[in-house]
Design a protein around this ligand. Sequence first.
Ligand code: ASP
Length: 324
Amino acid sequence: MIKSLIALAFATCATFASANAQSYPSKPITIIVPFAAGGPTDVLARTLGDRMRVALGQTVIVENVTGAGGTIGVTRAVRAAPDGYTVSFGHLGTHVVNGAIYPLPFDLLNDLEPVGQIGANPMLIVSKNAVPAKNLKELIAWLKANESKATLGTAGVGSGSHFSGVYFQSLIGTKGQYVPYRGTGPAMQDLVAGQIDLIVDQASNSMPQVQGGKIRAYAVTAPKRIAAAPEIPTVDEAGLPGFHILLWSGVWVPKGTPKDIIAKLNAAMVEALGDAGVQKRFGELGLELPTRAQMTPEALGAHQKAEAAKWWPMIKAANVKPEG
Ligand code: ASP
């Protein structure tokens, strides 16, 4: 009797889950962006979310849940119902690096289900125009001469701009001070206004300001120049060979989300990434499209774990402390 009741309960749950998946999405979907509005993660989420709305036939809302290098927003997503209505947007910093810095109350690599990779951005080393350096070698010399007062804007400890800054300064042997913001959108406003000196920033955030003459770019952290900004040399050409960082972004959902709902979200994401308008915008922002094979949930899960194996030892050795 008990056995058949349990079997019935399981069967009912399974029917309920698959009925849910069939009617999914029947209400608005919320994308949690763990950084401030106007920054690169936000712009990426809105660009993609707008097109995913068409694919899914549902409203897609972007909610900026900021703070502590993105961990506040990611925590919110981990704790959300696993029903496909809460989606976690993030990148190498929020979904890999932070696991080596913060004492998170969950397992960053296993408590979210991957949906797919959405785009990757090299970083640009940029400064306010008032910094007198005209190329990367001069910038490094300026930093060495001014390290007690030089400031680097970041999106909080563990963010892309922060660990890229830490890596940069460890290579050149300086100790400029980090200034945390809730995203590199607000950090960029302060760089343009001359309140901070530098950002090692995602290309998509900096390029419009560089091209508008509001800030100066020294190098791109990639072995190849960016097609939309061919005047900016690579770090290898500019004098810091091997300082390569590719800040890839992705989409996740809470653990336990039904597989067919993940498949629907992935299909909408793939459709959005195939859209000519989205691809044009990616090109303008120096964002690299993932290959079709990189867009699968399995590929994102594997990449996230491989990146943790690569970055966690370096981050732990650098002994970076969470912000208080
Ligand atoms: N991409 C930024 C970072 O991690 C944050 C943001 O998107 O605003 O540095």
